[in-house]
Design a protein around this ligand. Structure first.
Ligand SMILES: Cc1cc2nc3c(=O)[nH]c(=O)nc-3n(C[C@H](O)[C@H](O)[C@H](O)COP(=O)(O)OP(=O)(O)OC[C@H]3O[C@@H](n4cnc5c(N)ncnc54)[C@H](O)[C@@H]3O)c2cc1C
Length: 395
């Protein structure tokens, strides 16, 4: 019988996990990727214009790599009998399972939050873009509120004038009122104090109105109700209030962290279910240097490779390799003010301004994309866990 490695979730982590597992196992195991759609959604870019263009068809890449694809929604894990049950009722057996179902936005627990716009998936970002277009075409003095002044909320707020200008010209974009609210008393609370002054300067230059220490008690499609102060009437409300592990991770037995992520060992295995590996935004993993991996694309790309590598190694009786994440950088888009780059876990700013925008665009448009036009062996080599082997060939 052929051994089977099943990867659930076709995001950044799942795609590279499937390729890494296939690279290690070769013909000794059948590697299958199950996901809702055969599409890799470029979530880090969903604050940008034209979100409908931000999906990559994974099928040609998986075919090149020799990985099978099954479309479906995974509903449950039969841990004892080693199978995943799809919502359509089908059961797929496995010898090793990699759970890579990622994350989803955590909406604020207030009435009306479910109906607010968001940019967590391509379809949600497209719905917001359609509303933006309606608002722009209606003319007048548009107003848009973003709830959550973290990474995503800041990038969206600073992109909005350009996006309105695309739909209805510069004059309307300049008249727009853009409000960024957060219950915290500072912007980018999770980004620390390092880049804060740079972010604040960019928000001020873009005339984004900041409402900090704001406790929201209700969200209607056109109105924000605040615990203190008058309600705010706007043309659209977007929520960007942080992420949590997607619900499928709850199927894996064992400990969870505050974000619903499965606490994994150094090989990214679920300690309570040794045939199951968990990766990407669903895994609470130690980076090997005393930090917990973040729900970020940068970490998911490497977590995925390690989980796939280790699932195959374990299956074949080879020693597993502890996950490590050598470098940590953040690059935040600041709209017309360029971008800011920080290095290390203390997030010291090393570069900011218009010249940093080119780096952000390179990350968003090239670095996080799987290369489309390389031969199968080159694609497989890029699934190496060794960062020095992950350099894509110059195009
Ligand atoms: C607007 C926005 C901006 C961001 N900006 C940045 C940034 O600048 N830098 C950065 O590093 N990170 C950024 N991130 C975070 C980054 O996108 C995530 O950390 C990354 O996508 C995680 O990858 P993943 O593979 O773990 O999960 P995901 O990308 O979430 O992929 C999970 C996949 O699993 C599928 N799936 C889920 N459940 C099931 C199921 N039950 N059955 C079948 N399939 C399922 C999903 O449809 C999806 O295809 C941003 C995210 C957003 C939303």
């Amino acid at each position: 019988m052929t051994e089977g490695i099943l990867v659930v979730g076709g995001g950044f982590a799942g795609f590279w996990a499937a390729l890494a597992a296939k690279r290690v196992a070769g013909n000794r195991a059948l590697v299958t990727l199950v996901s809702r759609e055969p599409v890799l959604e470029m979530r880090p870019r969903l604050y940008e214009a034209n979100p409908e263009q931000l999906g990559i068809d994974l099928r040609p890449l998986l075919e090149k790599a020799g990985v099978a694809f099954r479309q479906g929604e995974a509903a449950a894990i039969d841990v004892e009998r080693r199978g995943v049950i799809l919502s359509a009722g089908e059961r797929i057996g496995f010898h090793r399972l990699v759970v890579a179902t990622g994350s989803q936005m955590r909406r604020p627990p207030v009435s009306g939050a479910e109906a607010a716009f968001s940019i967590d998936t391509i379809s949600e970002a497209m719905a917001f873009d359609r509303r933006l277009q309606e608002i722009a075409q209606a003319g007048g003095n548009p107003s848009i509120a973003i709830v959550g002044a973290g990474f995503t909320g800041i990038e969206l707020a600073l992109e909005l004038r350009d996006r309105l200008a695309l739909h209805a010209g510069e004059a309307l974009a300049e008249r727009a009122r853009i409000v960024l609210l957060d219950r915290a008393d500072a912007v980018g609370p999770e980004l620390g104090s390092g880049p804060r002054a740079t972010i604040e300067a960019a928000l001020a230059a873009a005339r984004v109105e900041l409402r900090l220490s704001a406790t929201i008690t209700g969200l209607d499609p056109r109105r924000i109700t605040l615990a203190d102060g008058d309600p705010m009437d706007v043309d659209a409300v977007v929520v960007a209030t942080g992420m949590q592990a997607a619900p499928f991770a709850a199927q894996v037995p064992g400990e969870r962290d505050g974000l619903g992520r499965v606490v994994v060992d150094s090989a990214l295995r679920a300690p309570a279910a040794p045939d199951i590996f968990v990766t990407g935004d669903s895994a609470a993993a130690d980076t090997g240097n005393g930090h917990r991996a973040l729900q970020s694309c940068q970490h998911a790309l490497q977590l995925g490779r390690f989980a796939g590598e280790n699932a195959a190694r374990d299956l074949l009786g080879m020693p597993m390799v502890p996950y490590t994440q050598l470098r940590y950088v953040t690059c935040l888009d600041l709209g017309r003010s360029g971008a800011v780059l920080t290095q290390g876990w203390e997030r010291a700013v090393t570069q900011a301004g218009l010249e940093t925008k080119a780096l952000k665009q390179r990350i968003n448009r090239t670095v996080i994309y799987p290369p489309q036009d390389v031969p199968g062996d080159v694609l497989m080599a890029l699934s190496s866990i060794d960062p020095t082997q992950q350099q894509r060939p110059a195009s």
